[in-house]
Design a protein around this ligand. Structure first.
Ligand SMILES: [Zn+2]
Length: 122
């Protein structure tokens, strides 16, 4: 379904600065901060900073945790604990940690997905 829907779409932007991505709050907004952390897993390691997570919990600091499937597979008990903790929002960091491209573009030296089907799978 996704593959068919976007089969003929032509990409118009690539990178971190693309339409629809918020990189700053409006000037009228109250000062705020959003903490986000990535757990990528894979060849670079599937560890995490347990002391950091403990500190967030101790001080009741909410955070969004972007978890890759490789990291979840390597840390199932930790994943269950984090997912059950209302302090944390669990977010999608992919399955194989591939940049989402429809043309195979790479980012950070990592080969991107090559078409909408691979984007869907990732
Ligand atoms: Zn990552």
């Amino acid at each position: 379904f996704v593959t068919a829907r976007y089969a003929d779409a032509v990409p118009a932007a690539w990178g971190l600065d693309v339409p629809g991505v918020l990189t700053a709050l409006p000037r009228s907004a109250a000062p705020a901060i959003a903490l986000t952390f990535d757990a990528c897993g894979g060849p670079g390691g599937s560890g995490y900073d347990a002391a950091l997570v403990a500190t967030l919990r101790t001080h009741g600091v909410p955070a969004t945790l972007f978890l890759n499937a490789r990291w979840i597979d390597a840390n199932p008990d930790t994943f269950e604990s984090l997912a059950a903790d209302p302090l944390f929002e669990i977010a999608n960091h992919g399955t194989a940690h591939r940049p989402l491209s429809v043309t195979g573009r790479s980012a950070y030296g990592i080969a991107g997905t090559r078409d909408p089907g691979e984007v869907h799978d990732e």
